[in-house]
Design a protein around this ligand. Structure first.
Ligand code: PHE
Length: 340
């Protein structure tokens, strides 16, 4: 009889040590299986014990082990149920989920690249408000009241002398009011115009303003800096040219063109990438600077247009649609990957 109890104890010890359902079930059957279980059979042999006290003790020993096995089985079932609740096992035959490859927005990428170049040239980032006093947007920049130049910027008026800024140039005056020269800043931001949303116009778009103010700054500084920028951005051998332009806040005013291959099979052509000029003395005076002592130059460009020409993007609305099929093309290594 003692031999059976010892055998049962050995199996119970194994039972305590396993989590594997098949192994657990096999051990459980060997212990308490209805026909051949060691404990089951020991119960039926109890009557062979003639001494009443010894039979009682033997019965108690068996009960204790049977209870232990029952407790272990209950715990095992609980653990299995918890695992099952966590979800079905992986089905390797299921079709894979689409992997949506994200990417930095092509306009953001252009702004970041330009900012990195101007940072190396000693420029700092400056920001201004998108809801702007009309004085900063126009008056301080030498737009006379009712001047036709204001028609260039179909303005969204907010009332109370406030507008949605039509360009980033107000940051020129705001910066100069706050920081004494020498000042060299790059001001990226969103600007707003009352335009219909079509293939070439958007009512809100990115602009990048640049400005350098110091004593003895002249047109040669402007040309040298912007030419150097174009070479770093587009490549060393790039040809650039400056042509006349007009802005109320610069005098003289110019535009810079870069020779670009738009990848449409038509070869290279001149593409205007920015407007610029020497800052008008009235603008420096608006900011409280002595225009006899200080001079400066400024430029403004549209990173959206630069991104479009760089990638051959035909419709400006693609930049606003958040269509993953469009944006996945700008993910690192997108060309190598099958685009989804
Ligand atoms: N603010 C001008 C525009 O929106 C661009 C510009 C900026 C031109 C600075 C000259 C100097 O078109």
């Amino acid at each position: 009889m003692q031999g059976e109890l010892d055998q049962a104890d050995a199996l119970i010890e194994q039972l305590q040590g396993t989590d594997d359902p098949a192994q657990f079930e096999a051990l459980e059957t060997r212990l308490v299986g209805r026909k051949a279980g060691i404990i089951t059979r020991a119960y039926s042999r109890m009557r062979e014990v003639t001494d009443a006290d010894a039979r009682k003790r033997f019965g108690q020993e068996l009960n204790r082990r049977a209870q232990l096995v029952a407790d272990l089985a209950a715990r095992h079932q609980q653990r299995r149920a918890a695992i099952t609740r966590r979800g079905p096992a992986i089905d390797p035959t299921m079709p894979a989920r689409d992997r949506w490859v994200g990417a930095r927005h092509p306009v953001t990428a252009v702004i970041d690249e330009i900012a990195a170049i101007f940072r190396e040239l000693g420029f700092t980032i400056a920001l201004g408000p998108e809801a702007e006093r009309d004085w900063y947007n126009f008056g301080a920049l030498n737009f006379p009241d009712d001047h036709p130049a204001m028609d260039m910027h179909d303005t969204l008026y907010l009332g109370d002398g406030a507008v949605l800024r039509t360009h980033t140039s107000p940051v020129q005056v705001r910066t100069l009011q706050q920081y004494p020269p020498p000042v060299r800043i790059l001001a990226p931001g969103t600007v707003y115009r009352r335009d219909f949303f079509d293939a070439t116009h958007a009512p809100a778009f990115a602009q990048l303003e640049g400005m350098a103010v110091d004593e003895d700054i002249g047109f040669a500084d402007l040309k040298a800096t912007l030419t150097e920028f174009a070479r770093r951005f587009y490549g060393g051998s790039r040809r650039v040219r400056f042509g006349p332009s007009y802005f109320p806040f610069t005098e003289p005013s110019a535009q810079m063109d870069v020779e670009i291959d738009l990848g449409d099979g038509k070869g290279t052509r001149w593409v205007e990438i920015l407007g610029c000029g020497l800052m008008h003395p009235a603008v420096l005076e608006s900011a409280g600077l002595d225009s006899a002592r200080y001079t400066g130059w400024a430029f403004g460009m549209g990173p959206g247009r630069i991104a479009m020409s760089r990638h051959g993007i035909p419709d400006i609305r693609l930049l606003y649609d958040s269509d993953v099929r469009f944006h996945a093309q700008f993910a690192p290594g997108a060309a190598a990957e099958d685009a989804r």
